[in-house]
Design a protein around this ligand. Structure first.
Ligand SMILES: Cc1cc2nc3c(=O)[nH]c(=O)nc-3n(C[C@H](O)[C@H](O)[C@H](O)COP(=O)(O)OP(=O)(O)OC[C@H]3O[C@@H](n4cnc5c(N)ncnc54)[C@H](O)[C@@H]3O)c2cc1C
Length: 306
């Protein structure tokens, strides 16, 4: 827990970010969790993912953008991504973060930028998932998502919910009424006990409860986890309630539990892999380290190997 908090704290440190992104040995180690720096790198990774019968979701790494020009460039990047998906025929949608589109500058800017990407996705028959970030932006993220959903509908835009937040069951009930597609995950940020369950058991119990709400809703949702207990709970709930394998999808991160990704696809489940790419990999990479202390040893070993 201490190690997790320390890594999540470091993930927000700008100075360390500058150092790490310039330090070549460190950068080389990111290849386990990050597909590369360019769209071409991500396309290559997704071709391989498609070959093992999994779909994908592009994630251009960048968050907490502070300049309008940078947010504008993020929009252009996503428009290029949507066009490349069509040109290459790969099976993928896109995931976006509202702080990447300027939420920290002005919420209306983030809304307009996200809308530009959703317009393009709608024209191309693709889908945009709005990722969920820290609890300071949960409400505004849901509000912006609802505006996009009201205009473009369930099959073009979806949202993410985090089972570690105390508020999430109520949010899920509200969003299911729209109706809308949800990706449920445990949550990756450092949150105080006032807003998030501090004990893993409570986060997991809440995850199972929400997964059951989602599967019972008749809407196509994403069950995002590498936790075998969560996966088993999902498979057995679906089987007991005659919910078909096509009624939902599992989702996992690039480079995490590839064995399980392949296995689920072989077993006939829909499996989507979230593929992050881009130069701004530092906070994403640190959150992945925080999730599993063994990853830190893996990094340390490789970093100091002669
Ligand atoms: C597709 C997808 C999208 C996501 N989107 C968001 C989002 O929008 N917002 C958000 O806050 N979070 C997001 N997350 C991250 C999520 O919240 C969790 O932090 C992450 O998935 C770890 O939780 P877990 O369910 O895998 O369970 P955990 O209990 O953390 O892990 C269970 C097991 O999975 C394996 N594992 C988990 N993480 C790693 C890792 N990094 N390296 C190696 N093994 C690992 C280990 O074997 C571990 O024992 C997303 C996750 C996925 C899969």
């Amino acid at each position: 827990m201490v190690a997790r908090n320390a890594l999540l704290y470091l993930s927000r440190k700008e100075g360390l970010k500058d150092f790490a992104t310039r330090f070549k040995p460190f950068k080389n180690l990111t290849t386990r969790f990050v597909a590369g720096e360019t769209i071409d790198d991500a396309v290559e990774a997704i071709r391989k993912i498609n070959k093992i019968d999994c779909t994908a979701s592009f994630d251009h790494l960048n968050e907490s953008v502070t300049r309008k020009e940078e947010a504008d460039e993020e929009v252009r990047e996503y428009l290029r991504v949507l066009s490349r998906i069509d040109a290459t025929g790969i099976r993928s949608n896109v995931s976006i973060k509202l702080t990447q589109f300027g939420l920290g500058i002005a919420s209306e800017l983030a809304y307009k930028n996200a809308r530009s990407v959703v317009v393009e996705a709608a024209e191309r028959g693709n889908f945009v998932r709005v990722d969920m970030e820290g609890s300071d932006v949960t409400s505004i993220t849901i509000d912006i998502f609802k505006r996009l959903h009201a205009e473009f509908g369930e099959s073009t835009v979806g949202i993410v919910m985090q089972s570690y937040l105390r508020r999430t069951v109520d949010d899920v009930k509200d969003i299911l009424k729209l109706p809308a597609r949800i990706r449920i995950c445990k949550g990756a940020y450092n949150e105080p006990a006032s807003v998030a369950f501090p004990d893993k058991k409570d986060v997991d119990d809440n995850y199972v409860r929400i997964m059951q709400m989602l599967l019972s809703s008749g809407i196509y949702h994403g069950i995002a986890t590498h936790d075998e207990k969560m996966i088993e709970a999902t498979v057995s709930f679906a089987a007991k309630n005659n919910i078909g394998k096509d009624a939902f999808e599992f989702q996992m991160l690039y480079g995490v539990r590839r064995d399980l990704q392949e296995q689920l696809a072989r077993d006939g489940f829909n499996m989507r892999v979230y593929v992050p790419y881009g130069a701004a990999w530092y906070p994403y990479f640190m959150r992945r380290l925080a999730e599993r202390p063994a990853n830190v040893w893996f990094i340390a070993k490789n970093l100091f190997r002669p």
